[in-house]
Design a protein around this ligand. Structure first.
Ligand code: PHE
Length: 345
């Protein structure tokens, strides 16, 4: 009996040491199995001696030997699993699979379109000045696009030659981002400081400086003491930041139904510095935006007290800024998506 337990202990101890050495191999385990459970194995040998025992002894020793066999087999099996996992782990640690050949071809990367990039660059400057960004809507009603902006019924902008009206509907495609002013004022109370970038539509033929679809960025600031000089300061800062240089600016009196007084702003041509070139058509100046102080009738339309509040608004043409910034003299280039052009930006 002692003999069996000793043999079993000896086998289990040997098994324990397998894998502690550097060269842990499945073979070591197989060798232990042969040494104890093989045809001439130490445990097998005990079974051979059973024939010379009494029935009582046979039963007792026989079942002890069987238990020892089961225990050792289980231990061997567990060790085998442990070692093969360890070996696999080692292998994974040292093995590097080079997948670079699968990606060794290069493919061209896309990038934002000049117009999207310009909208982003322009918006970022206003955001840094404390403006919020509001999204207007491209389909509008007559009220938002004209009526609330103090544009009378007989104004030429309302003509179908200038505006796209939707069939069988009261709606139209906005002709400017100014209806965004009305939505913002309906939804919020002063103080207001927002920009509204977006796409606008006009019923006109496409040429080098016109397109039926283009982009604007509207600006609106409303408060209790908002002044024209703030409007001038804001626009000057914006233009100098966008072009990265101090540019001469001039405010020309102009007319918009929804601002009073109104002005248009010209900047010294970015490309020739005022000498005259193809982009400024020889004048040395570029017309870049329309602006003014919010008309009291616009405040009345959104139920703001025009005695209490003042405000300024401006509308910037995105395509114009993109063209001036990148020296493009034909607007159509911005929409044709010719890869030879797009790849330059
Ligand atoms: N909405 C005007 C346009 O499209 C621009 C503008 C906006 C002028 C705000 C004044 C104030 O021409």
């Amino acid at each position: 009996m002692n003999n069996i337990n000793e043999i079993l202990k000896e086998a289990l101890d040997k098994l324990k040491n397998v894998g502690l050495k550097d060269t842990a191999v499945i073979e070591d385990i197989e060798n232990i199995k042969v040494e104890y459970l093989g045809k001439k194995g130490k445990i097998t040998e005990i079974l051979k001696t059973l024939s010379s025992m009494t029935i009582e002894e046979k039963k007792k020793i026989g079942s002890l030997v069987n238990e020892a066999k089961i225990e050792l087999n289980t231990a061997l099996e567990n060790k085998r699993k442990e070692i093969s996992n360890k070996l696999l782990e080692e292998k994974m640690k040292n093995e590097k699979i080079d997948i670079s050949p699968a990606f060794s071809f290069s493919f061209p990367k896309g990038h934002r379109h000049i117009i999207s990039k310009t909208i982003q660059d322009m918006s970022n400057i206003f955001v840094s000045l404390g403006f919020d960004v509001y999204s207007g809507r491209e389909i509008e009603t007559d009220w938002y696009n004209f009526e609330a902006l103090n544009i009378p019924k007989d104004h030429p902008a309302r003509d179908t030659q200038d505006t796209f009206y939707l069939e069988n509907s009261e709606c139209l495609l906005r002709t400017h981002t100014s209806p965004g002013q009305i939505h913002v004022m309906e939804e919020m109370k002063p103080p207001i400081k927002v920009i509204v970038p977006g796409r606008v539509y006009r019923n006109e033929a496409t040429d080098a400086s016109h397109s039926a679809i283009f982009h604007q960025i509207e600006g609106l600031v409303v408060g209790e003491n908002v002044t024209f000089s703030e409007l001038k300061g804001t626009l000057k800062l914006f233009i100098n930041r966008l072009f990265g240089q101090e540019l001469d600016m001039r405010f020309r009196p102009s007319h918009f139904q929804f601002t009073e007084p109104s002005a248009e702003v010209d900047i010294k041509c970015v490309l020739c510095g005022g000498k005259g070139c193809r982009v400024c058509k020889g004048s040395g100046w570029l017309e870049v935006l329309g602006c003014g102080m919010v008309h009291p009738n616009v405040f009345r339309a959104v139920k703001y007290d025009p005695e209490k509040y003042t405000g300024y608004a401006f509308g910037l043409g995105v395509e114009r800024f993109a063209m001036f910034k990148y020296g493009i003299d034909d607007m159509r280039v911005l929409y044709e998506n010719d890869l030879r052009v797009l790849r330059q930006f």
